[in-house]
Design a protein around this ligand. Structure first.
Ligand code: HEM
Length: 483
C-alpha cells in the first residue's frame, strides 16, 4: 500500500512543476528573478550540500548579490520565493495565516500529528499557543530552576565525573531530554523515561528523513515510534487527570494543559491535541538547546578570552552560594555575559536556520508576485550575516548584544523567530543553557580531542564525532552534589 502511495507521490512531484510552470505564464515578468532549476530537484541539492558543508550563509549571500533581496528558486519539490532583509522577515513572521500558512509537509504531520501547534493558524493557533505559554512563561518557569539544576547535577555525576572523555552533543541531547521529561511531562528518572527516549529519537530522525514509508527506512521507524508512544502518553494523561481529581497539586506542562478551561468550564484541549503538542514541544526543544550548548562548549575550548570572562562570572555566582546549594532564578539573572555569548553563537550558528511558509493566495511583495501555492523561505543566516546590519559579521563579538551597542533594525536578529510564532520555549532554552554552562565551567575544564572536528547541518548541526572532549574535573566542586 505504502509503495503505491510512494509511486503516486513521485508522479505528483513530477507533475507539480508542470502545473506551476503553466500557472507562472499568467504572471509573466512579475515573478521574482532567478530560476526554478530542474523539475522537482530545483536547487535543493545545492542548498543541501551547502548545509552539510556549513556554507549556507555563503550560499544565500551569493544569491543576494546576484538577484537582490527577493528571488525564486526550486526547493524541496516547490517553486520558492526566497526573501531577505529585516522587512522581509517582518512580513513573513507577522503575515496573516490566511495569506501565508505554516503548514508542514504531510510526512511531518504524520509523525508530529495534525493537531500540533505548527499546523495551526488563526484562532486555533492562538488557543493552543496560549495553553503552552501558560506553563512556559517566565513567571511559572522561574519556580523550577532548582529542578532543572538537579537534573544537570545528576547528569554530570553519572556521565562526566570519573570519565576522561565525553561526547558532548549526544550527552547534552540526553540531558535536554531529561529536563523536558521532568519539567514538562512530570516523568521522573526511571524505566518510564528510559522507554521514551529511543521512541522520541526515532521520531525526530523520522521527521528529518526522506519520507519513504518502507520497512527499515528512518521515516517508517518514526511512524512506528509514534504509534508506540501515543498509548503511553494516553496513559500518562489519564494518570495525571486522576491525580488532579484527587487534589494532587503537582504542576507540569501536561497537568497545566489538562487543567485549562474555556469560559463555559469545558476542557480547552482534547487529549489528541495535548498529545500532538507535547510531542512537538519535545521535538522542538530537544535538538535546538543541545546544539546551542554544544557550540558553547566548543567555543570555550577555543577562545581563552571568552572562557576566562565566563568563568569569572560563573565563579562569582558559585562563591556566593554554600556548597551543594541549588541555583535560583536570581543566579541566572546575573549570567548576563554568558547569555550575550550564547546570543552571539546563535547569530553565527542559528540552530533553526530555515523557516518555510506557503502562499495561500497570490501575494504582491517588493514589486513581484509570489503565486498561490509557492513556498516562501527565509533564513536567519541571511540577516545575521549581512554586513549592513552586523559589522564584520563573521567576527565573533558578544559585545554586539550589550545594552550600549549600536541597535540593529527590528526583525534582523531572529534566532528565536519573531511575531505570533516566535519560539515559546525561549525562557526554558535560556534557563537550561545558563544552568548547564554554570555547572560545566565550575566543575570541569576541557579541551577538544580534535581541533578540526567539523559538523554537518542535516538540517540541525551534527558534529562528526559528537564533539569529543578530554575532561578534567575541578576538584573543589566535584563533591558538592550527592546523587
Ligand atoms: C536554543 C533553543 C531554541 C531555538 C534557537 C529555537 C528556535 C525556534 C524558532 C526560530 C522558531 C520559529 C520557527 C518559525 O517561525 O518558522 C521556534 C518555534 C517553536 N519552538 Fe523553539 N527554539 C528553541 C528552543 C525551544 C524549546 C526549549 C521549546 C519547548 C519547550 C521550543 C518550542 C517551540 C515551539 C512549540 C515552536 C512553534 C511555535 C508556534 O508555531 O507558534 N523551542 N523555535
Amino acid at each position: 500500500m505504502d509503495l503505491v502511495v510512494f509511486i503516486m507521490l513521485l508522479l505528483f512531484l513530477f507533475l507539480l512543476p508542470m502545473i506551476f510552470i503553466f500557472k507562472d505564464k499568467k504572471h509573466g515578468d512579475r515573478l521574482p528573478p532567478g530560476s526554478l532549476g530542474l523539475p522537482v530537484i530545483g536547487h535543493s541539492r545545492g542548498l543541501l550540500k551547502a548545509l552539510k558543508a556549513d556554507r549556507v550563509d555563503e550560499w544565500f549571500q551569493e544569491r543576494i548579490a546576484k538577484h537582490g533581496p527577493i528571488w525564486k528558486s526550486g526547493l524541496f519539490g516547490y517553486p520558492t520565493a526566497v526573501l531577505h532583509g529585516p522587512s522581509a522577515n517582518k512580513f513573513i513572521y507577522t503575515c496573516d495565516g490566511n495569506i501565508l500558512t505554516n503548514t508542514q509537509p504531510p510526512s511531518i504531520s504524520r509523525i508530529l500529528g495534525t493537531k500540533n501547534i505548527m499546523e495551526l493558524s488563526g484562532h486555533g493557533h492562538k488557543r493552543v499557543r496560549a495553553a503552552l505559554v501558560s506553563f512556559l512563561k517566565l513567571e511559572v518557569l522561574k519556580q523550577y530552576v532548582a529542578k532543572v539544576d538537579e537534573e544537570i547535577q545528576h547528569h554530570l555525576q553519572t556521565h562526566w565525573h570519573g570519565k576522561h572523555e565525553a561526547e558532548v552533543q549526544p550527552l547534552i541531547k540526553t540531558l535536554t531530554f531529561n529536563v523536558i521529561c521532568s519539567l514538562l511531562f512530570g516523568i521522573e528518572r526511571g524505566p518510564k523515561r528510559e522507554k521514551l527516549l529511543p521512541l522520541f529519537q526515532d521520531m525526530i530522525e523520522g521527521v528529518l528523513a526522506i519520507p519513504i514509508n518502507l520497512p527499515f527506512t528512518q521515516f517508517n521507524r518514526g511512524i512506528v515510534a509514534r504509534k508506540r508512544l501515543v498509548p503511553m502518553l494516553v496513559d500518562l494523561i489519564r494518570v495525571k487527570r486522576e491525580a488532579l481529581e484527587k487534589g494532587d497539586s503537582h504542576k507540569d506542562l501536561i497537568t497545566s494543559l489538562i487543567s485549562i478551561r474555556d469560559d463555559d468550564s469545558s476542557m480547552t484541549m482534547s487529549d489528541e491535541e495535548i498529545i500532538d503538542n507535547i510531542i512537538v514541544v519535545m521535538v522542538a526543544g530537544y535538538d535546538t538547546t543541545s546544539v546551542l550548548v554544544t557550540f558553547l562548549v566548543r567555543l570555550l575550548a577555543n577562545n581563552t578570552f571568552v572562557y576566562s570572562n565566563i568563568l569569572k562570572e560563573q565563579e562569582e555566582i558559585a562563591n556566593s552560594k554554600s556548597s551543594g546549594e541549588a541555583l535560583t532564578w536570581e543566579d541566572l539573572t546575573k549570567m548576563k555575559y554568558t547569555w550575550r555569548v550564547a546570543s552571539e553563537i546563535m547569530r553565527i550558528y542559528p540552530p533553526v536556520t530555515l523557516s518555510f511558509r506557503r502562499a495561500k493566495q497570490d501575494i504582491e511583495y517588493g514589486g513581484f508576485i509570489i503565486p498561490e501555492g509557492w513556498q516562501v523561505l527565509l533564513s536567519a543566516s541571511m540577516t545575521h550575516m549581512d554586513s549592513d546590519i552586523f559589522q564584520k559579521p563573521t567576527m565573533f563579538d558578544p559585545t554586539r548584544f550589550e545594552k550600549t551597542a549600536p541597535s540593529t533594525p527590528p526583525f534582523s536578529y531572529v534566532a528565536f523567530g519573531a511575531g505570533p510564532r516566535m519560539c515559546p520555549g525561549i525562557e526554558l532554552a535560556k534557563m537550561e543553557t545558563l544552568a548547564m554552562i554554570h555547572r560545566l565551567v565550575t566543575q570541569f575544564t576541557w579541551e577538544l580531542v580534535s581541533k578540526e572536528e567539523s559538523f554537518k547541518r542535516i538540517p540541525m548541526p551534527e558534529f562528526d564525532h559528537g564533539l569529543l572532549v578530554r575532561i578534567t574535573p575541578i576538584k573543589k566542586n566535584s563533591a558538592s552534589y550527592k546523587a
